[in-house]
Design a protein around this ligand. Structure first.
Ligand code: FAD
Length: 401
């Protein structure tokens, strides 16, 4: 049995931020319990190995979920200061995405690990049960160890990313304590659609705007690069739309792709008329391929029941109008999400169960951070910003109380 002032369950982004902050605030007897052989494995994979660690600006309006992150973001303050105090400098790209100056995720983990050097880290220790008795928290591990502490920060992540140690299995400890949880679901992931359409489009990337339709109603539009695979529509813009899906009713949704978002419908139609007038003998496939990729043209022609080889001079006004519409209304049914490729999950401890410093109201001394709180956001550095902010705020509250 080992006795500590503070136990941190999970050595990921928010757990390590909590550890370094607690250390800075003067807590000396800290232990981080991590189920994997090393801490911070997920951090190394973030931002394609570059770690998009925050966003400029970032406000509570950027976040969804049942917990209002406003106070936590305020207490955390400037993310640059947080990392510069660890010796890590950052840079921000023209879209507001902040990265370590070296553009390497390992630099972020190194900075956190170096600073957390004096903190006891117990790897290969999977916590399976939490109990509060005799004025102490007891954390039992699968490996048969018992750790005790006055305070616990639960930083065991969300429900996706089992290769990084997070599969949601840790949440049952919180449920066993009677803490209300919002069910976990994958977000920031590719969306599965009709393989019948996608088989012809696989490997294609286009720039466009994607709108998520819920029973025909516009939910959200995102622009950017759209990628097609054999089974999915993907790309950052699609990842962001996946945040909005209710997994109990995928059949209600459709993706509507606008392949020419910069053009008005009338402009597209006028371009088609011009193409028809300039090269009347060209076939329909070639006429459209001046604007969009041939594989997409073939699908759109088929959906409009037009033969690709037909000379374009034979297209009627009505057919041209339909084609112009199709280029801005290329539809895909939503069949599901690809959870195995998700970058984050929504759900976690319900906001009403937590105070403004992330302490569980019904269980003083227990704090929840990162993806284990029902707070989530689109791609762009917001998830990690929340991880640092929540870990750091919980640690400050532990030091003060
Ligand atoms: C491929 C990928 C790329 C991403 N890129 C970005 C990006 O560029 N920018 C961004 O903002 N976000 C990104 N994210 C999301 C971001 O990494 C997470 O939101 C963030 O790491 C969550 O922090 P956390 O502390 O809640 O959990 P995690 O960082 O997931 O850490 C949880 C830790 O707890 C450990 N653990 C779990 N259960 C137990 C247990 N029972 N006992 C002990 N330890 C346990 C896990 O092994 C893990 O180390 C990305 C995610 C992925 C998967």
């Amino acid at each position: 049995m080992k006795l500590y002032e503070l136990l941190i369950i999970g050595g990921g982004a928010s757990g390590l931020a909590a550890a370094v902050t607690a250390h800075t605030m003067g807590i000396r007897n800290i232990a981080v319990l991590e189920r994997l052989p090393r801490v911070g494995k997920k951090i190394l994979a973030t931002g394609n190995g570059r770690c998009n660690l925050s966003h400029v600006p970032v406000t509570s309006a950027d976040y969804l979920g049942s917990y209002n992150p406003g106070h936590v973001l305020d207490v955390f303050g400037d993310v640059r200061d947080f990392f510069e105090n660890l010796g890590l400098y950052c840079r921000t790209d023209d879209q507001g995405r902040m990265y370590p100056y070296s553009m390497t995720a390992s630099a972020v983990l190194d900075a956190l690990r170096m600073y957390a050097g004096e903190i006891s880290k117990f790897c290969n220790q999977r916590v399976t049960r939490l109990e509060y008795k005799h004025a102490l928290w007891h954390a039992f591990t699968e490996q048969g160890e018992l750790f005790k502490a006055k305070k616990v920060i639960f930083s065991a992540g969300g429900t996706v990313g089992s290769q990084f140690g997070t599969d949601g299995s840790a949440w049952h400890m919180l449920a066993d304590l009677g803490i209300p949880l919002v069910e976990g679901r994958a977000i920031l992931c590719p969306i599965r659609s009709d393989p019948g359409i996608l088989k012809e489009l696989k490997g294609i990337r286009v720039k466009g705007a994607v709108t998520l339709l819920d029973r025909g109603r516009n939910m959200q539009t995102e622009t950017g690069e759209i990628q097609f695979t054999e089974q999915t529509v993907s790309g950052i813009c699609v990842f962001n739309l996946a945040c909005r899906l209710d997994s109990r009713r995928f059949a209600d949704y459709q993706l509507q792709i606008n392949l020419c978002p910069e053009l008005e419908g009338a402009e597209i139609l006028s371009r088609l008329y011009t193409c028809q007038a300039v090269r009347p003998e060209a076939d329909c496939e070639n006429m459209l391929s001046g604007m969009i990729q041939k594989a997409i043209v073939r699908v759109i022609l088929r959906q409009n029941q037009i033969r690709p080889g037909m000379p374009c001079m034979n297209l009627t006004d009505e057919q041209l109008r339909h084609l112009a519409c199709s280029l801005q209304d290329f539809r895909f049914p939503v069949l599901g999400t690809v959870n195995a490729q998700a970058q984050a999950s929504a759900g976690g401890v319900h906001g009403l169960a937590l105070d403004e410093n992330l302490q569980v109201k019904s269980h003083p001394g227990l704090y929840i951070t990162g993806e284990a709180v029902d707070v989530y956001a689109p791609c762009g550095g917001y998830q990690l910003h929340w991880a640092w902010a929540s870990g750091s705020t919980a640690a400050k509250a532990c030091a003060k109380n």
